[in-house]
Design a protein around this ligand. Structure first.
Ligand code: AMP
Length: 220
């Protein structure tokens, strides 16, 4: 199964990606996480990407596409993968389609998680992430048992630098301008299902599985 998750920042793509990866045994390729790890290691790619990330802008297509296509060559993606946060522009989508067509492994499903801007801001402004295992928390909706500490691995919870309100607003704008056009692109290819993602995590997870079954049935 090869799945793309679309949706604005704060829609819960990362949370649902983890659930799907566990359920269907898929590799997760989250471009934001890949960039943050490059930034943390101070690599040339990280330094280049950080300039854009700090402003809530997209990293240029050619940089992102190369990073993802290299990642897709790794053996753990052979039995399927989830792309979280990629593609985000039409050029990225075309590059992905061409690469997957070349390998005879086309996409199985594209899931668009929808939430209002107000909910996105609310979720992101109260989002914390475990620095060790990357599990997401939220001081409004999903509090850790001990403040600042991950329930599962005991790691420190941290906030993302681009989760301040001004940058969140810019990220939402960029999503609307650059990524929303992709919905039509995938819809025309019969791959898109939209999921109302304002509900609780478990409810959104059920809707997600339903959407996937629907698409996979249709394609067989
Ligand atoms: P995310 O963790 O998905 O919210 O991504 C964090 C930041 O990484 C974004 O605001 C962009 O600066 C950059 N980024 C992640 N994925 C992409 C992509 N597919 N295209 C361009 N920039 C990206």
């Amino acid at each position: 199964m090869r799945i793309v998750l679309l949706g604005p920042p704060g829609a819960g793509k990362g949370t649902q990606a983890r659930r799907l990866a566990e359920r269907y045994n898929l590799a997760i390729i989250a471009t934001g996480d890949l960039f943050r790890s490059e930034v943390a290691r101070g690599t040339p790619l990280g330094l280049q990407a950080q300039r854009y990330m700090d402003r809530g802008e997209y990293v240029p297509d050619e940089i992102v596409v190369k990073m993802v296509l290299d990642r897709l060559d790794k053996p753990d993606t052979r039995d399927g993968f989830i792309l979280d946060g990629f593609p985000r522009t039409p050029r990225q989508a075309i590059a992905l389609d061409n690469a997957l067509a070349g390998k005879g492994r086309p996409l199985s499903a594209v899931l668009k998680f929808s939430i209002s801007d107000g909910m996105a801001v609310k979720r992101l402004a109260s989002r914390w992430t475990c620095s060790r295992c990357k599990r997401p928390y939220n001081t409004e909706f999903k509090r850790p048992r001990v403040e600042g500490i991950c329930d599962v691995c005991g790691g420190q919870l941290t906030r993302r630098e681009d989760d301040d309100e001004a940058t969140i607003r810019r990220r939402l704008e960029v999503y609307r301008e650059e990524t929303e056009p992709l919905e039509l692109y995938f819809w025309e290819r019969g791959l898109l299902r939209e999921i109302d993602a304002e509900a609780r995590e478990e409810i959104v997870a059920d809707r997600t599985i339903e959407a996937i079954s629907d698409l996979i049935d249709l394609s067989t």
